[in-house]
Design a protein around this ligand. Structure first.
Ligand SMILES: [Zn+2]
Length: 51
């Protein structure tokens, strides 16, 4: 027998499980070369700079 939850989650409960995880924006830094937003530790998608 697999472990069974004792109580059924309400609809809002089940929605909260992953609903809040993605709320915060992905971390972005500003490219020092062109000044646009880029992911840290990735090449800049705008100018290709690695900084
Ligand atoms: Zn750039």
């Amino acid at each position: 027998m697999a472990p069974t939850p004792k109580k059924k989650h309400s609809h809002s409960r089940s929605r909260q499980r992953r609903g809040k995880l993605k709320l915060d924006l992905p971390t972005l830094t500003t490219c020092k070369n062109c000044g646009k937003k880029k992911f840290p530790h990735k090449a800049c998608p705008h100018c290709g700079s690695k900084n």
